[in-house]
Design a protein around this ligand. Structure first.
Ligand code: ZN
Length: 626
């Protein structure tokens, strides 16, 4: 038994605990003593205060009320208004999951209803929100986790054994090293490999969809990387250039944990499924199948923002809001028991958007900051968002006025929902004429996931949802386009706004709409996402008027606009302001995730303005951090 469990048991009277085990970094204790389970008289709090780890006490499975009786009791106790739709029991962990429409009502004031359920049934109730827009992805993820309860319990215990079981590698010196397996002086295939004498951790593992085959994937063949030695993967957000290759890791035999927030897990699974479809359409070989995505889901450990968790004996992770997509995170790593503190920004936004709060800039400790530089060059100062919104409104109005259609090719996550919020508000306030807003199937499904996690949205939307029961995503102006027939109806129909992926016209429904809308000068296309090097989007944005597609020439007569200021990435000004505001000040700044010149320009400016060491590594270069 690892020392920490023995240490925990010493705090408690003998024979009170029947089982002690791990769920990841959390310690779970089971007791057969009903009185002790319902009132441990502060004993558990004392342990938590002393060992500074999360400890949960549950009833031993042998004493809990049987499932049928417990379900009847729960239905009796939970307010009808709460909309209880499903009760799922996990008998080995003595946990019961309640899926409800209104979690607040099911929890009760100060958790009184949950306390009552616990007292009456001895099960530990966990409340989950039923998304108001049905999400088959969330349903299947919940099903996969339920189906694999037993595996999951053993897996989480194994993760705990690794964290608390003592060092497995020899330590002669203290050092920390970071290798860029991707995203070094480029946007796409983000993948950073962190090594300490004890740990091997991957930060993101993405695919560059706009690149040729030999430059699409991170350098997993780098000599220092061995998948068999990998301890953990941490994912900042679900965009394919950060998450796209993670299912492949599981295909290659990785069986360790993936850490991210719950919305990131759900959207990453959905995008991975979509990615298989897109790959298939492009007649490429898919690198993984849906069963590998299932493996990814089975091994994911969801973290909330600011929840501190050990991932190995010498690496502790905390996620903070990044303001880029729902659940997107800055990753704070506390390494070697305080030896060094590192923040990896992933993609981030340092302004509050219509969808999200801005990125956090306050950390307990910070020595090295790894920052993105998508808009890091001098010319990348983004115009104010208000101006950009006005520009978008004007283009939409002019297009509709002349009976045209507006195509918004967008990233399905973040950008699309931000655009939906802008359009919904403008139509509600009468700034845009009422026309149908067609939301392509994938975007719709991702939006449904947004409705399951309102706690991750910005304060304004949260207030509207929780206090006024007004959810902008449920507005009747939005119409889902699922089938080919529905898509054809939109193409043949009248003035409208179409929101579809991909953002760079690299496959996806946006490409189909583009083919049909392009030759009509009445139509408009508005790019609001980053256009990758070599992507079709970049070519059209650059002014190409004849595009060869499927051996057919497509003439571009429609208006083409690009509004960069609505980007979900920090512009040059925000990046510099972040360095100015971040607390504490880092001693070293590593720049990645930007085209070469942007990385170098930003590195040079940050060095001059802040007097800190900066470096912009190329792919395969390693930086010794300590
Ligand atoms: Zn991103």
């Amino acid at each position: 038994m690892p020392d920490i469990l023995e240490e925990v048991l010493k705090f408690l009277p003998e024979k009170k605990i029947s089982i002690s085990c791990f769920e990841g970094a959390n310690i779970v204790l089971y007791t057969k003593d009903k009185e002790f389970f319902l009132d441990n008289k502060g004993a558990i709090k004392e342990i938590v205060d002393s060992i500074k780890k999360r400890v949960e006490l549950r009833a031993d499975p042998s004493i809990i009320t049987d499932v049928e009786k417990a379900e009847a009791k729960i239905k009796e106790l939970v307010d009808k208004e709460a909309g209880l739709s499903k009760v799922t029991f996990d008998p080995q962990r003595a946990i019961v999951i309640l899926e409800v429409e209104k979690p607040g009502l099911a929890i009760g004031r100060e958790g009184e209803i949950l306390k009552e359920i616990k007292k009456e049934t001895l099960w530990v109730p966990v409340v989950r929100r039923t998304p108001p827009i049905r999400s088959t992805v969330i349903e299947s993820i919940r099903h996969v986790l339920y189906e694999n309860n037993d595996y999951r319990r053993k897996f989480l215990n194994k993760v705990g054994q690794r964290i608390y079981g003592g060092w497995i590698r020899e330590k002669k010196h203290e050092w920390i090293r970071l290798t860029f397996l991707g995203a070094g002086r480029q946007v796409g295939r983000s993948c950073l490999f962190l090594q300490t004498p004890e740990s091997r951790v991957l930060l993101d593992c993405g695919v560059d969809v706009a690149a040729d085959e030999d430059e699409r994937y991170p350098f997993l063949d780098a000599p220092e990387f061995d998948i068999k030695e990998l301890d953990a993967v941490i994912l900042t957000h679900p965009h394919i250039d950060h998450s796209g290759l993670i299912p492949f890791l599981y295909r290659m035999g990785y069986k360790g944990p993936l850490y991210c927030t719950a919305p990131t897990r759900d959207i990453a699974a959905l995008l991975a499924l979509d990615f298989i479809g897109v790959t298939f359409k492009q007649a490429r070989k898919a690198l993984f199948s849906s069963s590998d995505i299932k493996e990814m889901v089975k091994h994911t450990i969801c973290l909330d923002y600011e929840e501190v968790t050990d991932v190995t004996p010498d690496v502790r992770v905390t996620l903070y809001p990044a303001g880029h997509t729902i659940g997107s995170s800055l990753v704070h790593l506390h390494i070697g028991n305080g030896l060094h503190n590192l923040v990896y920004s992933g993609d981030f936004k340092f302004l509050r958007s219509r969808l999200l709060e801005k990125a956090s800039a306050m950390f307990p400790r910070l020595e090295t900051l790894i920052i993105e530089s998508t808009y890091g060059a001098k010319e990348d100062t983004l115009p104010p968002r208000e101006e950009c919104e006005k520009e978008m409104i004007a283009i939409i109005n002019e297009t509709i006025e002349r009976n045209g259609k507006v195509l918004l090719p967008t990233l399905g996550v973040g950008r699309a929902q931000e655009n939906m919020l802008i359009i919904e508000r403008c139509m509600r306030e009468g700034l845009i004429k009422q026309v149908p807003v067609y939301v392509q199937g994938l975007v719709w499904d991702i939006t449904a996931i947004h409705t399951a996690y309102p706690d991750f949205l910005n304060l304004f939307i949260r207030k509207n949802i929780f206090h006024r029961d007004e959810n902008p995503f449920l507005s009747p102006i939005f119409k889902r386009v699922g089938s080919q027939t529905e898509q054809q109806e939109v193409i043949n129909g009248g003035p409208c706004i179409v929101i579809a992926t991909s953002g760079m016209l690299q496959g996806g429904a946006s490409l189909e709409y583009f083919k049909h809308f392009a030759d009509n000068p009445k139509n408009s296309m508005i790019f609001t996402s980053y256009q990758g090097k070599g992507s079709l989007g970049q070519r059209v944005k650059g002014g190409e008027k004849e595009i060869l597609m499927d051996s057919e020439v497509v003439k571009v007569a429609m208006e083409v606009h690009a509004i960069d200021g609505l980007s979900a990435h920090a512009g040059r000004g925000e990046l510099l302001r972040y360095l100015y505001e971040v607390e504490p000040k880092p001693k070293k700044v590593i720049i990645n995730h930007g085209e070469s010149t942007k990385c170098l320009e930003l590195a040079s400016t940050i060095h001059k303005l802040n007097g800190v060491e900066t470096v912009a590594p190329r792919n395969l270069e390693a930086v010794r951090i300590k």
